[in-house]
Design a protein around this ligand. Structure first.
Ligand code: ZN
Length: 282
């Protein structure tokens, strides 16, 4: 469709007016200084005085914006916008992204964090998972979320931004792991039983935490995702077990160790897993 000169001129004027209204302001979210689109009309640089959720903006001069800025109205680039569904290794384009090393999250992108975390939480809950990396929703930044039940079966949620492993135990734990991006495939893994991780929390504070047991195993799978490493790495699809395969495997491991001091259950699992791989992958 074509437009006359006056129509184009009016559209340019309208766009310039809109750009003026959408002038970016600087807002502090926790320790993160992030640009957001502010509804203020003054030229003053703005500072947030409220928790990140409400996004109320105040000017440096003490003058307040009349509007609250809902998180959903902030503009995040498409590369930081989560997809509505999980990436799966069954789709070649998804697999290619899942095998990409995620880049560190820039503190200036902090305003895009809340929609990303909301989508990650919703995805974990919907799929009854225990952890997720941002790349599994098509956002290749180094952000992961854990939702692992504690001893009282309460869900403890943790968000780790730009995590780095400080130390890991030499004691290993074996378990069958399932990945939400590798449908129907369990793999027996051997991972450190405990690790200390440094990271930035969603408020921008540097932190260090120790993870043990299930949380340590889950976090190691999510850390693998950040480096583009998938649960089915170096394995043919037929080496992965389904749920019944895992049950049969565990039954065989228990039978091997029943009423005998040796081999211990971990050793029995290792032997059976080796035998399984030799069968399907000679
Ligand atoms: Zn996974």
């Amino acid at each position: 469709m074509q437009q006359g000169f006056s129509g184009r001129y009016a559209r340019i004027l309208w766009t310039l007016g809109l750009l003026r209204l959408l002038r970016p302001c600087r807002v502090v979210v926790g320790a993160l200084m992030v640009p957001v689109i502010c509804g203020c009309s003054s030229d003053t640089e703005h500072l947030s005085v409220s928790p990140p959720e409400s996004r109320t903006v105040a000017c440096q001069t003490g003058q307040h914006c009349s509007k609250q800025i809902p998180a959903s109205s902030q503009r995040c680039s498409p590369r930081l916008t989560p997809r509505p569904s999980l990436l799966s290794v069954e789709d070649p384009a998804d697999r290619s992204m899942l095998e990409t090393r995620s880049r560190p999250m820039d503190p200036r992108e902090g305003s895009c964090l809340k929609p990303l975390l909301d989508a990650m939480r919703a995805s974990i809950v919907a799929h009854k998972g225990m952890g997720l990396a941002a790349v599994q929703l098509g956002v290749p930044v180094r952000v992961l979320m854990l939702r692992v039940p504690d001893e009282q079966h309460r869900i403890a949620e943790a968000v780790l931004i730009n995590p780095v492993v400080v130390t890991r135990s030499t004691q290993m734990a074996q378990s069958f792991e399932l990945c939400l991006s590798v449908p129907g495939g369990y793999r027996m893994t051997e991972r450190a039983n405990q690790l200390r991780v440094s990271y930035t929390d969603p408020e921008g504070k540097p932190r260090e935490s120790v993870y043990r047991g299930d949380a340590a195993i889950v976090i190691q799978q999510e850390l693998d995702h950040l480096d583009g490493i998938l649960l089915d790495r170096d394995l043919p699809a037929k080496a992965l077990l389904d749920e019944q395969g895992v049950q049969r495997f565990e039954l065989a491991a228990r039978e091997l160790t029943e009423n005998r001091p040796h081999p211990p259950i971990a050793e029995a699992r290792r032997m059976l897993w080796k035998a399984h791989l030799a069968r399907v992958w000679p």
